[in-house]
Design a protein around this ligand. Structure first.
Ligand code: GAL
Length: 399
């Protein structure tokens, strides 16, 4: 009799507790700090999705010293697969682009000490009309695990017929792939790409290691600055295991000035976005390489505390305006505070009193500007900046 009562009760409680567990932030063993790497899309769209380009990138990561600085993921975007699944319903690589398959390529990339990423879609087809994972989520997750894939970017095209027109929201269908990936037992970084729909930043941490918070980045300053302006308002959702994804980098693509490249990289780093390069890594200009190899800024990006910087308003300054890039940023680090200054409107000298900075206060602090290496100790700091340039200060308590 007792057993008859207890069993349903136990079942009830264990269901409830597993539901509670699924409400927690994703803990799949990867993505504790924001991802660092490269993706084919901003470099060349479908044309850059090939084994040759991937291997050239991986070699460049090693040869340029980027691998040693933490650049790890080499990711293939849309257009890597055959147009149809095979007779058993499995995804297959386009062998004209990937002669050794994705598994063969993964072995080569792993042998170089790097990790391989791949792209898929929650709907019936990807944005470039290759097979999507709708209805085949576990089969595809198992395929990724069998191939040795380490990172899965999951897009949101062609979801209307099967989900959104029926009122099914992305917070309901993205967990299907999360659970399928977890079930494989292979730690695969899960990168949510649904363009900031359904306020993804409020629930993305339970589902993925990163979530795109905007439409696609474009190769111009207006796009870079408007994404950064928006991302600053959702800083509180970034934490180890899950981060706002401000989209892939446009450094190296010939439009941004050197100053704008510094701001693009610096803002993505202090806001803890994945930094996924999107250019031909074999053709980088010295100035771009110099920016992306900045050890101090990379250390801030990879700081184990995993908290994102946001805007602060110094006394006497106007408050941020929605959608417009602001000048003053700060965020906590495990060993200090990062302060960012951006010449958002034009060349100017910007000054910060440390007493206005959240996490600092009265007294004297030691600072280093990480792009120039300039350093000092005091109660404030000033820097002359060219149009759209950025200074990134690491500030520590003066002892
Ligand atoms: C978009 C996505 C891009 C890229 C592209 C490929 O939806 O936001 O980052 O992956 O699809 O078709």
């Amino acid at each position: 009799m007792l057993n008859k009562l207890l069993v349903p009760l136990i079942v009830l409680f264990s269901r409830a507790s597993s539901r509670t567990a699924s409400e927690k932030r994703l803990d799949n063993g990867v993505g504790r700090t924001p991802a660092l790497g490269w993706n084919s899309w901003n470099q060349g769209g479908c044309n850059a999705a090939s084994a040759t380009v991937v291997l050239n990138t991986a070699k460049a990561f090693v040869d340029l010293g980027l691998k040693d600085l933490g650049y790890t993921y080499v990711n293939i975007d849309d257009c890597w697969s055959a147009k149809q699944r095979n007779s058993t319903g499995h995804l297959v690589a386009d062998t004209s682009k990937f002669p050794k398959g994705i598994d063969g390529l993964a072995r080569e990339v792993h042998a170089m000490g790097l990790k391989l990423g791949l792209y898929g879609d929650a709907g019936t087809q990807t944005c470039a009309l290759y097979p999507g994972s709708y209805g085949s989520e576990q089969k595809d997750a198992d395929t990724l695990a069998a191939w040795g894939v380490d990172y899965w970017k999951f897009d949101n095209c062609l979801t209307e017929q099967v989900y959104t027109n029926k009122g099914i929201k992305s917070q309901q269908y993205y967990p299907i792939m999360r659970d399928a990936l977890l079930k494989t037992g292979r730690p695969i970084l899960f990168s949510i790409c649904q363009w900031g729909r359904d306020e993804v930043w409020t629930w993305g941490g339970k589902v993925g290691n990163s979530w795109r918070m905007s439409e696609d980045i474009q190769n111009n300053w207006a796009s870079v600055s408007s994404i950064a302006a928006r991302a600053a308002t959702m800083y509180q959702y970034a934490a180890p295991g899950g981060f706002n994804d401000l989209d892939m980098m446009e450094l190296g693509n010939g439009v941004l000035t050197e100053a704008e490249e510094r701001a693009h990289f610096g803002l993505w780093a202090i806001m803890k976005s994945p930094i996924i390069m999107g250019t031909d890594m074999t053709k980088l200009k010295a100035s771009t390489l110099n920016i992306i190899k900045n050890k101090g800024i990379l250390a801030i990006h990879q700081d184990p505390l995993g908290k994102a910087a946001t805007t602060f308003t110094p006394k006497g300054q106007p408050a941020p305006v929605s959608g417009k890039l602001y000048r003053y940023y700060a965020g906590p680090l495990s060993d200090g505070v990062v302060v960012g200054l951006v010449a958002a409107d034009g060349a100017e000298t910007l000054t910060v009193n440390f007493s206005d900075v959240p996490g600092l206060g009265a007294g004297s602090f030691t600072w280093t500007e990480l792009y120039s290496g300039r350093n000092g100790t005091g109660t404030s700091v000033s820097q002359r900046l060219a149009t759209h340039d950025m200074a990134v200060f690491k500030v520590v308590t003066h002892v």
